[in-house]
Design a protein around this ligand. Structure first.
Ligand SMILES: [Zn+2]
Ligand SMILES: [Zn+2]
Length: 369
């Protein structure tokens, strides 16, 4: 069953954009300020989706107050990506059933299906048990019930302000409305299509999500999608300080001003354990494909060292958890234990690095031969 309103809206505004842009350019050159402001609006409405719909509402990665929630809903409404209740419902289904038939935008149905075509099928009814937490928010309920008013109101208001600033009503429609919505839509849709196709799978190969630095630049940090699908409740998608993730920086800044709290962060030990687990699988697969003479022996060694590293990581993680509950005066003994645990981990890690290098070298010999 086709969802005609969505199909007509999306096809309609694409056609309108492709007609109005050349007509506008034949008539005049857009003011630089108008183009810059349109770009800024793409960024702000994008953050409304990523920090609002995605990390706050779909994943509960942090908490905030009603005022911030209202601001995020305002800009997310302007993005015209459906109500928060609908968006988060579909996104939670995507995470719970990724790459299966129950995933609303499964990449297994093709790149273009995941990018845009899935929206043209009649959307399934919202299962309120999946979003009961969100349904308790009066703001979310209001936005869902009066969605037409919300998306039209926010866009008309912005159009009016931009048109008035530049005294260019046609330009405000073409650049700050049509081109802005077009850009943000495709950038958001890239997360469902490109971020499940093009990139690396460092954390897990259990799902199709990938990490791509280039995509991060285009999607306000959402391009670290392999990490995100592996640890969906982390408020960060790019976990290193230098990873381009403006959504994470916004949430962090809000927290500094006490406007966000309860930021969920997966600890480094758990992340390393996951990375190792996946790396171990890759190594064993490589070994299976190689022609190494003592394959079984080497496989046993890899498993043994891997288990040993994981054991030490787990002990370190337990000590870190314990230290959070320990009073300051009792910390001395625990600090000593943590020091020992780190030393033991370092030793096993060194052995792991040696065997990784060895297998990678063996694989090269096998490939050349
Ligand atoms: Zn995904
Ligand atoms: Zn997600």
């Amino acid at each position: 069953m086709t969802s005609w309103p969505t199909l007509l809206f999306i096809v309609g505004y694409h056609l309108l954009l492709f007609i109005t842009v050349p007509l506008y350019l034949m008539d005049k050159t857009p003011a630089l300020g108008l183009l810059v402001l349109s770009g800024v609006l793409v960024f702000i409405t994008g953050l409304g989706i990523t920090a609002g719909y995605h990390r706050l509402m779909s994943h509960k990665a942090y908490k905030t107050n009603r005022a911030v929630e209202a601001v995020l809903l305002f800009f997310a409404s302007m993005a015209i990506e459906g109500s928060a209740l609908r968006w988060c419902h579909d996104h939670r289904l995507h995470h719970a059933h990724v790459d299966t038939d129950r995933d609303p935008y499964s990449i297994n149905k093709g790149f273009w299906y995941a990018h845009i075509l899935w929206m043209f099928s009649k959307s399934r009814a919202i299962d309120l048990t999946l979003v009961s937490d969100l349904n308790r928010s009066p703001l979310v309920r209001f936005q869902h019930r009066y969605y037409l008013f919300c998306f039209l109101g926010t866009n008309l208001l912005t159009y009016g302000i931009v048109g008035w600033i530049f005294n260019d009503w046609y330009g405000a429609f073409v650049w700050a409305t049509l081109a802005r919505v077009f850009s943000l839509h495709h950038l958001t849709w890239f997360i469902n299509s490109l971020a499940h196709t093009w990139g690396s799978q460092s954390y897990s190969r259990e799902h199709s999500a990938v990490d791509s630095y280039i995509l991060c630049l285009l999607t306000f940090g959402e391009g670290y999608h392999n990490y995100h699908h592996t640890f969906p409740t982390d408020f960060r998608n790019g976990i290193r300080w230098y990873h381009f993730d403006p959504t994470k920086w916004l949430i962090w800044t809000l927290a500094k001003f006490k406007l966000a709290w309860g930021l969920k962060r997966v600890d480094d030990v758990r992340i390393t354990r996951q990375l190792m687990q996946d790396h171990c699988k890759v190594l064993l697969e490589k070994l299976q494909r190689s022609y190494h003479g003592q394959k079984d022996q080497l496989e046993g060694k890899v498993k043994e060292i891997h288990e040993s590293v994981v054991l030490r990581l787990t002990s370190l993680q337990d000590l870190i958890t314990e230290s959070k509950k320990t009073a300051r005066e009792d910390m001395r003994n625990l600090a000593e234990e943590m020091k020992e645990a780190k030393k033991a981990l370092k030793e096993e890690w060194r052995k792991w690095k040696v065997i990784v290098r060895q297998i990678e070298k063996e694989k090269e010999h096998a490939t050349v031969a």
